[in-house]
Design a protein around this ligand. Structure first.
Ligand SMILES: Nc1ncnc2c1ncn2[C@@H]1O[C@H](COP(=O)(O)OP(=O)(O)OP(=O)(O)O)[C@@H](O)[C@H]1O
Length: 712
């Protein structure tokens, strides 16, 4: 195991210091909650990104320390070996006040010359972003619109694409003009020298055209890739911060919406975009046909609107089908994910025929929609091909008369045939392009809807920074109803738990115990009333700070694919091996981990595959205990354990959680050993609350209400 390197998070500490200095306090947990690659040190780019998320503006630049004035401060000076300090104030020519994470939390003064040796010449200047105070409006969306801002950040690339399109279209004229000149001038005069010169000229044009087209594709690909990274991250971040109350529908459907991002991205990195960019150049080709073929231009002038009309006429159908296809794909994905996730139960309970029926229905629906869409698209494609060929034949027929009466030359006629083909070429792709535009639009709408769902961490919102909590919990007139439910899961709950108090939440199945735990964790906000931690409304505390201070074991012991060590360390910041070991020992997980040949590097499959239910719970327990958080919230933490293991866990927990606030949801009387106070819920209301002995007496005296070994 690696021991945490002492300075590897200098930038992170510098960020929290600068933020506090600019009166925008933010805790390290909040900074980490946003970071990609939680385990690796913060990079200067990551620093700028994080500063922007927390209401600051930061910029990296080259600057000498000698000429650095107070107008640029505070700034983070980057030093050798990945170290960093915050320059706070230039006191005089020689001295500067700075914050050095290696020297503790207080600023110090030092000589500029002493700093010079370690300074690498780059610093990050930071200032608070100006935000006008408004009582009503929501803060502006930080970083702009998820889609349009990513697109507009690539506007220079798209400008290059348009310039490249103009160039290739101009160069596209070269072949037809070459053929015209050869027919009209070279052939009659047998001018071989002119032919050589013309051939060299047209070859250069063709090569140039090839190069520009290749570059154009590269530009588009690059723009697509950039948009991919920017949008992809924004979307995924939003999903991670989504308020649980906003999530609707099946998991598969939800995943499908996320997948739509690829349709959108592909559109902006595909040939379809090129086809759209080429459209205005149709006019150029018609203009050139008019210049060299005079009246012949009438033919493309008729053909182009005709083809466009066909393309536009099929639009409403394509649009509707694209919407339907999206819905069908959502429901198919929903069935698929549900089936894969519940495979074991499907087999055991004989649910296969039911699931198969659902699957077949959704496949059937989707293939119907697909078939209709393809038929319309093919019709439009055939009509376009027909119009293209008809136009070329018409040019030849009409051209024969014009050549006959000397209006145009033979070469001009042939050039016009080629140019008409080129003018109509982008339209040949129109039907396909339109289909993709429709798909992209449907995807955009679905994703935009997702991006507008409420987030736990709306951009630009500032929370109170509470890196450490004491552990007082309070629910004040709390009522809560799950989304789309008619009955309340909790009604008028008033409950105060003092720091260090040990409380059990008991109650029948569905009485609201887990819901109360979710509210305490801030996973759902209360519909009415307030949840307070240390007398501060939970909604004001940064969710990252809150969860950093609450070690929780949820009802479902969920593990992620990876190693045991990773699963225990999730959420903690660079825990040392000793801390991980202690947490595992305390939870009682160390024993079975140590028996495995790979120990803490034991691989775990998705959702904890490879481990028994009880083992999963032990790892979740170790995860909750890591770092000794001031509050422990456990929802049936021992439900999958045998009596002996549970006994040992209880004994160790009792010894280790002396000072912590403990809330334990349980059906088991054995866990009551851990608590002094018992709260009983029934139908979302508190029906009893008091010292354990007092509350449990009537329950124990009423055997008909409780099974042996279980609470009411
Ligand atoms: N995700 C959810 N969406 C909608 N309703 C829910 C959800 N979770 C729980 N409920 C409803 O809220 C009520 C309280 O559920 P809760 O899970 O809090 O009960 P509980 O006391 O923890 O039960 P158990 O002892 O079975 O775990 C139940 O009536 C249940 O139907």
């Amino acid at each position: 195991m690696n021991a945490a390197k002492p300075y590897q998070d200098d930038l992170e500490q510098c960020l929290t210091f600068v933020a506090a200095h600019l009166e925008l306090p933010v805790s390290e947990a909040a900074v980490r909650a946003h970071r990609v690659g939680n385990e690796s040190p913060l990079t200067p780019d990551g620093f700028i990104d994080a500063a922007e998320r927390h209401g600051m503006v930061a910029a990296l630049g080259e600057h000498t320390l000698a000429t650095l004035g107070n107008s640029l401060l505070p700034a983070v000076a980057l030093l050798k070996n990945g170290r960093a300090v915050v320059l706070i104030e230039r006191i005089n020519e020689e001295r500067v006040a700075l914050f050095d994470p290696a020297l503790g939390k207080q600023p110090v003064e030092t000589d500029v010359s002493a700093l010079e040796e370690a300074y690498i010449g780059h610093l990050i200047a930071v200032r608070a972003r100006y935000r006008p105070v408004s009582l009503h409006s929501e803060p502006a969306i930080q970083g702009g619109h998820w889609f349009w801002s990513a697109l507009s950040s690539n506007r220079w690339v798209y400008t290059q694409v348009i310039i490249a399109a103009a160039l290739t279209n101009f160069l596209g004229l070269a072949t037809s003009l070459f053929i015209m000149v050869v027919y009209d001038r070279v052939l009659p005069n047998e001018a071989v020298e002119s032919l050589v010169a013309l051939t060299i000229g047209v070859s250069i044009a063709l090569l140039f055209d090839f190069a520009v087209k290749t570059l154009r594709q590269l530009f588009i690909e690059r723009a697509g890739q950039e948009a991919d990274l920017r949008m992809g991250r924004r979307i995924f971040d939003h999903v991670l911060n989504l308020q649980m109350s906003a999530k609707r529908g099946s998991t598969g459907g939800f995943a499908n919406t996320l997948r739509e991002f690829e349709t959108l991205r592909d559109f902006f990195a595909s040939a379809s975009l090129v086809a759209i960019v080429d459209l205005p150049f149709i006019l150029l080709f018609i203009g050139v046909i008019y210049l060299i073929g005079g009246p012949l231009a009438i033919i493309p002038m008729i053909a182009v609107p005709l083809v466009l009309l066909i393309g536009i006429a099929v639009q409403p159908f394509l649009k509707r089908l694209s919407g339907q296809a999206f819905e069908e794909s959502r429901s198919k994905q929903g069935v698929l994910i549900e089936a894969v996730a519940g495979l074991e139960t499907i087999k055991a309970s004989g649910a296969a025929p039911m699931i198969r029926k659902r699957w077949e229905e959704s496949v059937h629906q989707q293939s119907n929609v697909g078939r209709k869409g393809r038929a319309i698209q093919q019709f439009a494609l055939n009509a376009t091909a027909f119009a293209q060929q008809a136009a070329q034949v018409s040019i030849v027929v009409y051209g024969v008369f014009l050549v006959g009466d000397g209006t145009i030359s033979m070469g001009a006629m042939i050039a016009c045939v080629i140019l008409t083909g080129r003018a109509l070429a982008p339209l040949a792709q129109l039907a396909q392009t339109m289909t993709r535009i429709n798909q992209a639009r449907t995807s955009y709408r679905a994703l935009d809807q997702l991006m507008n769902m409420p987030s736990e961490r709306p951009a630009g919102r500032h929370y109170l920074s509470r890196p450490t909590l004491e552990g007082k919990l309070r629910l004040q007139d709390v009522s809560f109803r799950y989304p789309e439910q008619t009955t309340a899961a909790l009604a008028n709950i008033n409950l105060t738990i003092e720091p260090g108090e040990k409380v059990a939440l008991l109650g029948r199945v569905g009485s609201g115990k887990s819901t109360l735990a979710r509210l305490l964790l801030g996973i759902y906000p209360p519909e009415q009333g307030a949840v307070l931690v240390d007398d501060t409304d939970l909604r004001q505390i940064d969710p990252a700070d809150l969860r950093h201070n609450i070690g929780s074991v949820l009802q479902e012991a969920w593990l992620f694919s990876g190693t045991v060590r990773q699963n225990i360390a999730i959420g903690a910041h660079h825990p040392t091996d000793e801390q991980i070991l202690n947490a595992a020992k305390l939870a009682g997980a160390h024993e079975f981990i140590a028996r495995h040949p790979k120990g803490y590097d034991m691989p775990i499959g998705e959702r904890g595959e490879g481990l028994s239910g009880g083992q999963r719970q032990l790892i979740c327990l170790a995860r909750a205990l890591l770092g000794a958080p001031p509050i422990l919230l456990m929802d049936e933490p021992t439900s999958a354990m045998d009596i002996q293991t549970e006994k040992e866990v209880i004994a160790r927990l009792k010894a280790a959680s002396q000072t912590q606030t403990l809330v334990v949801v349980t059906h088991r009387t054995s866990l009551l050993e851990l608590v002094d106070r018992v709260v009983i819920l029934d139908q979302g209301q508190i029906v009893a609350d008091g010292p354990k002995a007092q509350v449990m007496r009537p329950v124990e005296a009423a055997p008909h209400r409780s099974r042996e070994g279980t609470t009411p």
